[in-house]
Design a protein around this ligand. Structure first.
Ligand SMILES: [Fe+2]
Length: 186
């Protein structure tokens, strides 16, 4: 079974409210908006986050998904900048959790996730940077403007593209579950 790179989550009518609650929590409980982090992947006090994000909690409960953790994904490259931060370049996430759901939160328009076929990519396991690869010699196998929630296959090499009309910082949250949701990508 070949797994998809991503699958759009269509039944999330409450996305605007999820984004609003998440942004309020980020502004009130972190300094991420004042001091842009060097790292793309930001661990947070997700238990406190969930207390103040009832819409996300309800959506997950309605879908029989038990939340394991939430992280804040913070992309800060200037649109069209020549030197994108290392943390947004081609990589494979840390295993063993392959499938997460990413929700768009802030400035997501014209920001894209691209997945690539990297024939000699290492097997899924520890996080791997593939930033040294020449993208012009690789096949892009999927791309998605990150304006909707998606089930996200983090085991296939991927990177963010910040388009010319994007604004930064661009923020998403990644939600990890106690259940294995790989079946959603089949
Ligand atoms: Fe990733």
């Amino acid at each position: 079974m070949v797994m998809k790179c991503y699958k759009v989550v269509e039944d999330c009518d409450c996305l605007d409210q999820i984004s609003k609650e998440a942004m309020t929590w980020i502004r009130e409980n972190t300094d991420l908006m004042e001091n842009w982090p060097h790292l793309f992947w930001n661990k947070i006090d997700y238990k406190h986050f969930l207390l103040e994000n009832p819409t996300l909690v309800k959506w997950c409960a309605d879908h029989k998904l038990a939340i394991r953790e939430v992280a804040v994904l913070f992309a800060i490259s200037e649109p069209g900048g020549k030197n994108p931060r290392v943390n947004e370049q081609l990589h494979i996430d840390d295993g063993p959790l392959r499938s997460k759901i990413n929700f768009p939160i802030y400035n997501v328009k014209d920001t894209w996730t691209e997945w690539y076929d990297v024939p000699d990519a290492p097997p899924f396991g520890p996080a791997q940077s593939l930033a040294d690869r020449d993208l012009t010699k690789l096949n892009m196998i999927a791309e998605f403007e990150t304006v909707k929630p998606v089930v996200f296959n983090s085991s296939i090499p991927h990177r963010i593209r910040i388009g010319p009309n994007a604004k930064v910082p661009r923020i998403q949250i990644a939600v990890m579950f106690l259940q294995n949701i790989d079946y959603m990508l089949e």
